[in-house]
Design a protein around this ligand. Structure first.
Ligand code: HXC
Length: 255
């Protein structure tokens, strides 16, 4: 990833930060985006204390297309071009479908599906204009295809992102832009873990359900991301890599 520039949305903590830090450690310039300026500043100083990478932070909301365009422009100003986009920003909470409010549905669809679309289209246009190719990685979840109780909004959004991934992979292959997805399972120290399996007993149950008997680590996600965005996976396009210890084939239900 030497000399490449990677944008990671939702990059100030959890999986986003782990992926950004990995790309930085492999020689990439990184752009991390998020809504909270303080968290972005902390992530930047932490990554800069461990790597020599160029690190740009952009406070933005993936739901706002002006914010996304500003991120594209600031990235170009800072580093010249964009090679990698990781659509990692997400929003989620557990709610029974019958109790989910109209705004609750809209907030999650807007952050996950519309946010991924906004970033993909505006960065994609830039990559096409650059004529350099590029790669995109969209973070989803295995319930994109299994469905799950308690997260109808997130499952619908992630299912949409999977279809978006495959569609753009077909359409933009001719520009040398690869578009793939990753479906992490339960990963410790993430926003998803905090929200979906917060208690000790839930974690124990998740481990019991998993063929490997454990929850994943941030490094497992970073390893897969490094492969999927770099030239190591140059012939992988429109695919989804599941990083869940085999959980969904054993038992797709989280709750
Ligand atoms: C019921 C809730 C709720 C909850 C919010 N809402 N939290 N309803 N239970 N716990 C409702 C609100 O009441 C409101 O509806 C509507 O959702 C919008 O809420 P806001 O707080 O105004 O929205 P916003 O500030 O945009 O926040 C969006 C959010 C928030 C999704 C609600 O949680 C967020 O920003 N999360 C980002 C971080 C995150 O969730 N990371 C986890 C991703 S994990 P009303 O009707 O009251 O106006 C993931 C996959 C995990 O995606 C897969 C694991 C295997």
């Amino acid at each position: 990833m030497e000399e490449k520039t990677a944008i990671v949305t939702g990059g100030s903590n959890g999986m986003g930060k782990a992926m950004a830090e990995r790309f930085a450690s492999k020689g990439a310039n990184i752009v991390i985006t998020g809504r909270n300026e303080e968290r972005l500043a902390n992530a930047k100083s932490d990554i800069q204390s461990k790597t020599d990478a160029g690190v740009l932070t952009v406070q933005m909301d993936v739901r706002d297309r002006d914010d996304v365009q500003r991120t594209v422009d600031e990235t170009k100003n800072a580093f010249g071009q964009i090679d990698v986009l990781v659509n990692n920003a997400a929003g989620n909470f557990i709610s029974q479908a019958e109790n989910l409010s109209e705004n609750g549905w809209k907030a999650v669809i807007d952050i996950c599906l519309n946010g991924t679309w906004n970033c993909s289209q505006l960065v994609g246009k830039e990559m096409i204009a650059q004529k350099t190719g590029g790669s995109m990685l969209n973070m989803i979840a295995t319930y994109a295809w299994t469905g799950s109780a308690g997260v109808v909004h997130s499952a619908a959004a992630k299912g949409g992102i999977l279809a978006l991934t495959k569609s753009l992979a077909i359409e933009w292959g001719k520009y040398g832009i690869r578009v793939n997805a990753m479906a992490p399972g339960p990963i410790e120290n993430t926003g998803g873990a905090e929200k979906l399996f917060a208690s000790e007993s839930q974690v124990k149950q998740i481990k019991r359900m998993n063929p490997l008997g454990e929850v994943g680590k941030l490094d497992d996600v970073a390893d897969a991301a490094e492969f999927l965005v770099s030239s190591q996976s140059r012939y992988v396009n429109g695919d989804c890599m599941t990083v869940d210890g085999g959980q969904w084939i054993a038992n797709s239900r989280y709750m």
